[in-house]
Structure formats: structure tokens, C-alpha cells
Design a protein around this ligand. Structure first.
Ligand code: UTP
Length: 477
């Protein structure tokens, strides 16, 4: 066991070599537990990794190198045309077979800080369903039970947390008895962290004994899958395909046979879903062929001369927006994260407000952007994959993220979209859904995902159409 003094000495030397000695400014004033906290935080920082980034990404600003050739990415349509009909039919079958054979796992990234939502607790614990107010974790747990009902096999669930929400996430699952899942089939692991930096390159001290650390972005999930033991676990279970989604999209098809089947049949290592952008400048990443390679170019990096471009028929040329739904081959993640691999996802710089400690030791809340955070993004792995594909999915069926407390992409819009989708599914089964003069469903509807995972499943299960009256609430469970 290394003593506190030895750990302190080792850090002191390293910090001095990296011009970060200010992190120990308050050391003489700290009590033992505080010293332990500070040493634990320092253990998490890889100074060697940070050193070059401070030059390029903190003191400097990396400039996006615009590829010489930017073309729209080829995107598979929602509904197959005649040429694709057979491909889709086979793919759906193959995907369903892979689920049945236990080769598919669900993977949720839930390590984010959810700053914009401003909810006190992990976002996955946020109550979202319109009638029962089930939280996002509950909703996805029920989805996996629904998958079992439909395909006979329940995929295991890998949940990535971060140090700041890990314990709280576990408590939510414990408090709800794992939402009906077998606890052996849910694996939690934490992602890495990065410190925030002041513009001059110094790491931010958030209080006398704590660094300002935050999760290293959803791109950190690849390394975390390895470091947290998930890849080994998947290997033991015979999982070949990882169905990746974010915790904040309650509409996502957590496990989609067509998508997985297309990934398999087209030999893709990393596949993505896209929606048709709501408008030219919607703040989503753009699927492009960048110098011939499938990539996502962020909305802030794609010049307007591209985003405003039209096809001869008037349609938007760069139309496919990224919604952070992917299928990854386990072997691909293994290859990228192998010890011998020198593949690293790029870092993205974001200016943020971060609490800093003053020279008097008192934490100061800044009223302007004062620090730089660095994150990796999962979509940067796409150009590293062989045969990556993109599939369009209808926004109204599969994308309504919970980002903000109010307004767009908020709990209110997500609940509205869940109700709208439930109404459409029921109508596709021949039910009459009362609607108001504005065309909106006049019933608070909820279809439990363990009852039906999609409209086709609902049609199979619904023996008699429910009698829905305007102004009522109705849950199909
Ligand atoms: P966002 O980028 O929207 O961030 O994450 P957020 O943390 O949810 O919210 P803000 O930006 O602080 O308001 C998209 C998804 O990626 C996950 C989030 O949990 C969410 O599911 N994520 C993000 C991680 O798992 N780790 C990260 O480091 C960042």
C-alpha cells in the first residue's frame, strides 16, 4: 500500500514537471480525508496525455480542416425501394435471428452531466412516460423485456455511467429492483474523466481539495467498454453486436432487427441512423462523405455553402442528420481499443462555465465562460470503420431527445411525441383515437414497451381495440 506521503511526492514531482503545481497550493491546509480526495482526483488525470492537448486545444484552438471534397453520404431509405426490398427483408430476418441467438446487447451511454436539463440526479432517473411517469431507465428496461417477448431472448444491457453519477445510478436500479430485469444481465461501468482547464493551460481546482473533472464525452465509451470489462463480458456471452443509444431519447428502438440486420449483411463495423433534418441549419451533425470517407461533420463546422445546397429536384443536399444511434461490432471496438492500437478519437474543445477556487480558498461561480473542457465524440469512430452504413429513420418514430428543461427537446416535447406515436400505432391497428381540433390526440396515451416494441408487435398483441374517450388517460401494459 503506497502511503499518502509517497503518493503526494509522486504527484508533486509530476505536477511540477507539467507546470500544474498550483493544484497543491492548499495541501498544507487539508485534513486527511481531503488529502485523500485530492490524491484520488490526481490519480485520474493523465498528465502526459493532457500536455500536448493543452498546447493544441486549450492555449490554442484546433481549426477544423475542411476536407477537399465534401459530398452527401449515401443513406439507406426508411422504406426500401424495389432495388432494396429483398435486402431489407433478408436483413430484418438476419437481425431478428441475431437477437434470438443472443448475439446482440443494448448499450446506453448515461455518463453525461445533463446540465441543460438541470435535473438533480442521473438523467436516466428522470420521469418521462406520459401517464405512468416511468423514468428513462425503466422505459428501456421494459423495452428489453418487450424484445424478449417478441424474439424469445432478452438482450443484456450495458450502462455507461461516470464517476459523478455512478453511485446514484446504482441506487435507482436497486430501489426499483432492477425494473424487472435480472441483475446479472445489467452491467454498469464508468467512463473516464478529463480535467477542465483555464485558458492559460492550468487545470482548474474546483475547491481546495477537488479538481474540476468531468466525463470525457460519449466517445470515451469505446475505451470504457474495454476498461470496464464490458468487452470481455460480451465475449463470454457471445455478443457480437452492440446496439448503442443515448439515455436521453425515449423514442429510440433500443434494439432494432432491421438496423442490426443491415449492419450484419452489409459487413459494416459501425452503422448509424439518421433523420432528415428539420431545416438546413438544424444543430445536428451532418453525415457526409469527406474526401470519400463516411463521417459526421458538426453543424458548426459545415459551411453554409453546403448546408444550403439543393439537389436538382429542390430537396436538401446535406439532409442526413446524426441522432447518435449506432450499431457497433464488438470486434471493431476491440480493434480500436486494443493495447497495441494507436487509434485515438480526436478531442473537441468546448468553452464552459466552471467553478474555480479563489486564492482565499473560496470557490467562485463564474458569470461568464471561463474554462475549456475536452470531450471525444462517438461519431468520430465512423471513418475508422470498414463499410460503415447510414439508415434513415422517421424522426417521429425514433427521435425526441430530452435535453432542455423547457421548450425544444424537453420533457414536454418528448412526452408529446410518445403520445403521438402511441396514437399512430393504435390507429394502424384499426383503433379510433379521439383527436382535438388541432389534430393532436385528445387522450393521454402510453404503450408500455414490454407490451409492444413497435406497431407490428402491437398489431400481433392487440386482441380487441381499446375504447378511447376524449380527455381520458389510457395505458396499454
Ligand atoms: P449530451 O452531449 O447531450 O450531454 O449527451 P448531457 O450530459 O446529456 O447534457 P448537457 O450537455 O450537460 O446538458 C448525449 C448523451 O451522451 C451521454 C449523455 O449521458 C447522453 O446520453 N454522455 C455525454 C455520456 O455518456 N458521457 C459524456 O461524457 C457525455
Amino acid at each position: 500500500m503506497t502511503s499518502t506521503n509517497d503518493r503526494f511526492e509522486a504527484h508533486r514531482r509530476q505536477l511540477a514537471a507539467c507546470e500544474q503545481s498550483h493544484l497543491l497550493d492548499f495541501w498544507p491546509e487539508l485534513n486527511e480525508p481531503q488529502r485523500a480526495d485530492l490524491l484520488d482526483d490526481l490519480d485520474q488525470v493523465d498528465l502526459e496525455r493532457c500536455r500536448p492537448l493543452i498546447e493544441t486545444h486549450v492555449r490554442g484552438r484546433p481549426r477544423f480542416a475542411l476536407p477537399t471534397r465534401i459530398e452527401p453520404a449515401p443513406v439507406l431509405p426508411v422504406a426500401p425501394d424495389a432495388a432494396n426490398a429483398e435486402l431489407y427483408r433478408r436483413a430484418e430476418q438476419l437481425g431478428a435471428d441475431a437477437i434470438r441467438a443472443g448475439k446482440v446487447a443494448a448499450f446506453t451511454v448515461a455518463g453525461g452531466q445533463g446540465t441543460r436539463l438541470g435535473y438533480d440526479g442521473p438523467k436516466g432517473g428522470f420521469p418521462i412516460t406520459p401517464v405512468r411517469s416511468h423514468c428513462l431507465f425503466h422505459l428501456f428496461a421494459q423495452y428489453l423485456i418487450g424484445v424478449e417477448r417478441r424474439y424469445g431472448t432478452r438482450p443484456p444491457w450495458y450502462v455507461m455511467t461516470s464517476p459523478s453519477n455512478h453511485e446514484a445510478t446504482l441506487r435507482i436500479f436497486e430501489a426499483h429492483d432492477f425494473f424487472g430485469l435480472d441483475r446479472a444481465d445489467v452491467m454498469f461501468f464508468q467512463q473516464g474523466q478529463m480535467p477542465a482547464f483555464l485558458p492559460d493551460g492550468r487545470i482548474v481546482l474546483a475547491s481546495k481539495h477537488r479538481l474540476a473533472l468531468s466525463p470525457d464525452g460519449h466517445g470515451g465509451s469505446l475505451q470504457a467498454l474495454r476498461a470496464g470489462g464490458a468487452l470481455v463480458d460480451m465475449n463470454h456471452r457471445g455478443i457480437d453486436y452492440i446496439s448503442y443509444f443515448q439515455i436521453d431519447n425515449p423514442l429510440v428502438k433500443a434494439v432494432d432487427p432491421l438496423f442490426i440486420g443491415l449492419h450484419i449483411t452489409l459487413n459494416s463495423e459501425m452503422s448509424s441512423k439518421a433523420v432528415s433534418k428539420a431545416d438546413d441549419l438544424e444543430r445536428v451533425g451532418n453525415f457526409c462523405l469527406a474526401d470519400g470517407k463516411l463521417s459526421v461533420i458538426e453543424y458548426s463546422d459545415l459551411p453554409e455553402e453546403y448546408t444550403l445546397k439543393r439537389n436538382p429536384d429542390g430537396s436538401r443536399r446535406f439532409d442526413a442528420g446524426s441522432i447518435a444511434i449506432h450499431c457497433l461490432s464488438r470486434s471493431f471496438v476491440e480493434r480500436l481499443t486494443d493495447d497495441g492500437s494507436d487509434v485515438h478519437l480526436p478531442w473537441h474543445r468546448a468553452e464552459k462555465r466552471v467553478t474555480t477556487v479563489g486564492s482565499d480558498g473560496i470557490p467562485v461561480e463564474p458569470d461568464a465562460l471561463n474554462a475549456v473542457k475536452l470531450e471525444m465524440f462517438i461519431f468520430d469512430a465512423i471513418p475508422l470503420a470498414s463499410n460503415p452504413i447510414v439508415l434513415y429513420t422517421p424522426r417521429e418514430e425514433e427521435f425526441s431527445p430530452v435535453k432542455n428543461a423547457e421548450g425544444v427537446d424537453s420533457p414536454a416535447t418528448a412526452r408529446r411525441d410518445l403520445i403521438r406515436r402511441a396514437a399512430r400505432w393504435l390507429e394502424s391497428c384499426g383503433c379510433t383515437v379521439p383527436r382535438g381540433a388541432d389534430g393532436e390526440p385528445a387522450v393521454e396515451l402510453e404503450i408500455a414497451p414490454d407490451y409492444a416494441v413497435d406497431a407490428v408487435h402491437l398489431r400481433e398483441r392487440l386482441t380487441s381495440p381499446p375504447d378511447l374517450t376524449a380527455g381520458s388517460t389510457y395505458v396499454l401494459e
